[in-house]
Each structure stands twice: as C-alpha cells, then as structure tokens.
Design a protein around this ligand. Structure first.
Ligand code: NAD
Length: 285
C-alpha cells in the first residue's frame, strides 16, 4: 500500500509558492497578506490562528490577527470585515470558526468579499465555484485533489464515492471530482448500507466526522482511500480519522494517514489561495 504523504506534498506546494511570493513582492512592493479574524478566547482556535500566521511568515508572506473579545456584536464583526474588504493591503481574509453562539456564521459568509475569501467558503465564492467559475476553491477538497495529482492517481472514468455532504468538504469534493470526469456518488448520514456503495468504488473520500467509521471490509481490493476525518480522541487519545488505517495495508492500493494526510494540505491550500487572490487583484497574470 502506498501511504499518501500529505506532508511531502505540502512541502512541495509550499516551496513552489516562494518564487510567486517573491515576484509579487517585487512588483507590488509588499508580500501577499492574510488577515485572520478570531472572536472569543477558545484556546484551540487561537493555536490554529497562530499556526496560520507562522506558516505565512515562513514563506515570506505577512499575516495579521484581529482578535475580538467574546462580547463583540455582529455589527462590530461585520464592520471589521467590511473594512478589511476595502483595505488594499489585505489580500486574504479568514474568519476562524466556530464563532461564539450569539454570532452568525451565515452573516460572515455573506459579508466577506469573494475576491478576498482565502477559504473559498463564502456563499458567493461557493456560487462561483459550483457555477464552474471559481475565484479560489475550498481548501480541504482542493488539498485532496493536489494529493491525487501528486501521486498521479487518475480519476477520469473512475467510480468514486464521497462520504459526507457538508459545504466545507463533501459537496465541493464531489463537485471537483465530477469536474475531473469521475462518476461520483455522494453518501451521507441517511444512506442505507453505506458499505454497499464504498465497496464498489475505485476511490473513496471519507468526510463523515465519525472516528473509525470504515475499515478494510468496506473497500474493494486495490481501491484508493482518502480520509478527511480528524478526531483528537482515537485509541490512547491519539489523533485519528474516519478510517481504520491500520487495517488497510496489503488490501487497498493507497491511503492517506491521519495525522499526516489531508490535514497538512488544508493550511497549505489556504496559503496558495491567498497568493492566488493577491496575484489576481494585482493582475499579475
Ligand atoms: P460535518 O459534520 O459538517 O459533515 C459530516 C457529513 O458526514 C454530513 O454530511 C453527514 O451526512 C455525513 N455523515 C455523518 N455520519 C455518517 C455516517 N455514519 N455515514 C455516512 N455519512 C455520514 O463535517 P465536515 O465539516 O464535513 O467534516 C468532516 C470531517 O472532516 C470531520 O472529522 C472534520 O474534523 C474533518 N475535517 C478535516 C479537515 C482537515 O483539514 N483534515 C478539514 C475539514 C474537516
């Protein structure tokens, strides 16, 4: 079984961004800039936000963090987002979810401009994307496509099952694979006899958010398995996915591990999207 190494792919993509960042800097007089907005004091979210800032700076991009208190109102948040939409020095905006309960993520997804939406998940961005005219593509499924390309895994004409139908992963994943000419079936929480579908597939992308949901018996021999799931409380408190990875060796052709599979690609695609948005606004190509 080939272990699809998301860290390796991620390093390669990040290295390819450096000359683009340098070129942008040279032409525009500053590097691409990602702004992250966080509300409240959820510790894990603050760690994610800091990691994104460090990742930007390692590549020579810049990043700023707008931390609003738990007491921030929707109006204050919307006002900040509109200011950032209009700030010429900001290329990408990312709002860290989840928000405190009194705030609406739908409003955030309506207010952030698609020209600056580094995550590719606002309603307008998704509209352009599903219409086949993406400005940028949603990070996690785009990261999966990059892994497949890196390992020369052809999807055209293949039978693919995507498990999950969220706006963040399942739906855009199924759309990207359809655009790549696969024949795609979407399974979800109301699918009866999930295994019957996954066992027929050449490629299965699992994004159900259920730790250890699928194992060897759910895949056909020599299938490719991509595990998007991420859970902090697997056996012994270790990070694990939706797939029982340890069962797969000797049965499937290739699979992503958790950690070290899809996860590293999500943040890398965020950096890539920020570069792309910066380049598009500066009309560098
Ligand atoms: P979600 O809860 O919004 O959606 C889960 C989807 O799975 C739903 O559409 C649901 O219908 C389906 N589902 C749930 N139980 C099922 C079952 N038993 N059988 C079939 N389908 C089932 O979650 P999400 O935001 O799409 O995330 C999915 C998983 O991916 C989570 O574990 C999340 O942590 C992870 N994730 C990882 C990354 C990453 O960077 N690696 C990024 C985003 C999400």
């Amino acid at each position: 079984m080939v272990v699809l190494d998301g860290k390796e792919v991620s390093n390669k993509v990040r290295a390819s961004l450096i000359p683009r960042i340098e070129k942008f800097h040279e032409k525009v007089g500053r590097p691409p800039h990602l702004t992250v907005v966080i509300v409240g004091d959820d510790k894990a979210s603050h760690v994610y936000v800091r990691n994104k800032k460090i990742a930007c700076e390692k590549l020579g991009m810049t990043s700023s963090i707008h931390a609003l208190p738990d007491t921030a109102t929707q109006n204050e948040l919307n006002t900040l987002l509109r200011e950032l939409n209009n700030d010429a020095k900001v290329d990408g905006i990312l709002v860290q979810f989840p928000l405190p309960k009194h705030l609406s993520s739908d409003e955030v997804l309506s207010v952030v401009s698609p020209e600056k939406d580094a995550d590719g998940l606002t309603f307008k961005s998704l509209g352009y994307f599903f219409a086949g005219k993406p400005i940028v593509r949603p990070c996690t499924p785009e990261g999966v496509m990059t892994i497949l390309k890196h390992y020369n895994i052809e999807v055209e004409g293949k039978r693919v099952v995507v498990v999950g139908r969220s706006n963040i992963v399942g739906k855009p994943m199924a759309h990207m694979l359809t655009e790549a000419n696969a024949t795609v079936t979407i399974c979800h929480s109301k699918t009866k006899n999930l295994s019957q579908y996954t066992k027929e597939a050449d490629l299965v992308v699992v994004a159900a958010g259920k730790a250890g949901l699928l194992g060897k018996e759910d895949f056909k021999k020599d299938a490719v398995v991509i595990d998007v799931g991420m859970h902090g409380s697997g056996q012994g408190g270790k990070l694990c996915g939706d797939v029982r990875f340890e069962e797969l060796n000797g049965w499937v052709a290739a699979a992503t591990p958790v950690p070290g599979g899809v996860g590293p690609m999500t943040i890398t695609t965020l950096l890539q999207n920020t570069c792309l948005l910066a380049e598009k606004r500066a009309r560098l190509f």
